[in-house]
Design a binder for this molecule. Structure first.
Ligand code: SF4
Ligand code: FES
Length: 165
């Protein structure tokens, strides 16, 4: 379920089901994204340009934004670009229409799509590739460990993720 966090200049939304916990948000902008704060996203903590720059680095599309100050919205690459992540999902950058298993359709600027076949949230990756020790070539991504993800090779327990509450 996508939740919305509205600030004065920018609105940020987050869908925990889509997050693959690479941690770009927590590492790059702790003023805005903090696991120990409620709400965990604070859109007004820094300049809106800085917020959107980090949101656009979210590889899964879990984070999205809408400018409220007249600033430019996200310009997704056209055509979309697909990059395999080593031992993990296919990362899509560019507008993509995604049809969920329940029939819901959403157009996303970014997405992390399952390629191991084991996700319980297809077509999105849910980190099940870690559980089955999926191996396939691809780009290496730095993963930031946090209370949400304590080990690179361990799926997390979404039920215990503080961002879901
Ligand atoms: S996929 Fe990474 S950058 Fe995006 S919300 Fe999850 S932890 Fe943050
Ligand atoms: S690639 Fe991540 S769950 Fe399949």
């Amino acid at each position: 379920m996508r939740r919305t966090y509205r600030g004065a200049n920018v609105e940020v939304s987050f869908d925990l089901e889509q997050c693959i916990h690479v941690g770009e948000c927590l590492r790059r902008l702790p003023e805005t994204f903090a696991l120990d704060r409620r709400p965990w996203i604070s859109p007004d903590a820094v300049d809106a340009d800085d917020v959107v720059a980090v949101v656009e680095r979210c590889p899964s599309g879990a984070l999205q934004y809408r400018r409220l100050d007249g600033g430019p919205d996200e310009r997704a690459p056209n055509p979309a670009v697909v990059t395999p992540m080593r031992n993990g999902p296919l990362l899509v950058r560019g507008r993509v229409e995604v049809r969920r298993e329940d029939g819901t359709v959403e157009v996303l600027p970014r997405a992390a799509l399952c390629r191991c076949g084991s996700s319980a949230n297809k077509p999105f990756c849910d980190n099940s590739h870690l559980r089955i020790a999926f191996r396939a070539p691809g780009e290496l991504f730095r993963i930031e460990l946090s209370p949400v993800r304590r080990a690179v090779d361990q799926p997390l327990d979404r039920a215990r993720d503080p961002r879901g509450s």
